[in-house]
Design a protein around this ligand. Structure first.
Ligand code: NDP
Length: 370
């Protein structure tokens, strides 16, 4: 029960459990989607664990539809064609990806390849003139993220990052309450996200493909959560690491705690790990109330409570809501959620600072000097 696969299975079970609970489709969350005139046509690139979850979820979508795939593994093609009705002319590999430019059946490419390939793949997709969604962490560092934003801007395409929680109802309600002042002045944030990773040979443990370890992969949830819990951008960062298995985690970080100082005086105390389970929570405390999401960052069901009681928000399939929501932005000009390349860059700047602090034995890194 300790591998990444089992983590994903656990999350999938979450989706299964959600199916038994009062599940809302994205159509009922977003009534305008009921009779769409046009759909956003999506190709998935990198057909691994997460692409499979997104593809299944997209069967629920009203505004987005899966019409293409990009894969380096020919043996996967037949299954994807039959499971999702993908025609042969919409199947690509990493070498002929540029020819997608001429395919009117594909509006957007959703990149679900290993982290350190995101930079190259986003630049390649932007050059085809197709919109892009890229999975988290968006890149290996802030400089790469800046180059990705610039490439998408130059190509005139939208660039989103798969921060699916920005369409998740408990998260959205927490942000709404914070903006409405219902928690009063935010005083403290305590977020953490981690799991015990399995297979020691997987790409997540290789720096060249993962960019980093737990901090890159799931620490980004605690960090992004601290930003939406406070509504502010951190001005300083400190970080500490412990490594209890120096063989397995020879190349990447294992367990990291980090603190973010915000302009209003809040300190967010955060953590992430690849070496133990039951570590997933967002907790924000204000002088008039509090909110706790636990679990807070997986596929759900997300559970939440505030000083007013249980949150009772609908349980949805995150990826379906994300794909319909982003399709609505692209097709109908609905304002972008906080899932743009620029938002991901803000996280990458902090992640760079976390690693800098680790290299400097916990030194305080001031972000306003970056
Ligand atoms: P997997 O290893 O399951 O899949 C990655 C896929 O990328 C592979 O199946 C392969 O697809 C393709 N690929 C291309 N080059 C390589 C390479 N050199 N090594 C390995 N795979 C390669 O990873 P995940 O699906 O778990 O993760 C993919 C991305 O999605 C990551 O960035 C991760 O952080 C993110 N993610 C996001 C989640 C979320 O909730 N937002 C949840 C899980 C992951 P093919 O054979 O088709 O080329």
């Amino acid at each position: 029960m300790h591998s990444r696969r089992n983590f994903l299975q656990k999350l999938s079970i979450g989706i299964g459990a959600a199916a038994l609970a009062p599940l809302s489709s994205s159509a009922s969350l977003f009534p305008a989607f009921k009779k769409p005139d046009k759909k956003l046509h999506v190709a998935l690139m990198g057909l691994g664990g997460y692409a499979n979850i997104v593809a299944k979820a997209m069967k629920e979508c009203k505004l987005a539809s899966l019409t293409g795939i990009v894969t380096g593994t020919p043996s996967k093609i037949a299954t994807w064609k039959s499971d999702y009705g993908i025609p042969g002319k919409n199947v690509y590999n990493y070498d002929n990806l540029h020819t997608i430019a001429n395919n009117p059946d594909i509006d957007l490419v959703y990149i679900t390849t290993p982290n350190s390939l995101h930079h190259r793949h986003v630049l390649q997709v932007a050059a085809t003139g197709k919109h892009v969604i890229c999975e988290k962490p968006v890149a290996d560092n802030a400089q790469q993220a800046r180059e990705m934003i610039a490439a998408c801007k130059k190509a005139g395409v939208k660039f989103y990052v798969g921060y699916r929680l920005h369409f998740e109802p408990h998260t959205r309600e927490l942000i709404r309450m914070r903006k409405a002042g219902e928690f009063g002045r935010i005083m403290h944030v305590n977020n953490y996200m981690g799991f015990k990773i399995g297979d020691p040979t997987q790409w997540r443990l290789k720096k060249a493909l993962a960019g980093g370890g737990a901090m890159m992969d799931v620490g980004v949830y605690a960090l992004n959560g601290a930003r939406y819990a406070t509504g502010e951008e951190p001005v300083w960062v400190t970080a500490q690491e412990t490594k209890t298995d120096r063989v397995k985690f020879a190349e990447v970080d294992e367990t990291v705690t980090f603190q973010l100082g915000f302009p209003g005086g809040v300190i967010a105390s955060c953590g992430t790990t690849y070496n133990f389970n039951n570590y997933e929570r967002l907790y924000l405390i204000g002088d008039k109330g509090f909110a706790e999401l636990s679990p807070a960052f997986g596929y759900g069901p997300i559970r939440g409570r505030t000083h007013l009681g249980p949150m009772n928000q609908p349980l949805i399939t995150h990826q379906a809501a994300q794909m319909d929501g982003l399709a609505d932005c692209i097709l109908n000009g609905t304002p972008d959620p906080d899932m743009t390349g620029e938002e991901a860059l803000k996280d990458m700047i902090v992640i760079d600072a976390v690693y800098e602090s680790l290299r400097k034995d916990g030194e305080k890194i001031y972000l306003d000097k970056k």
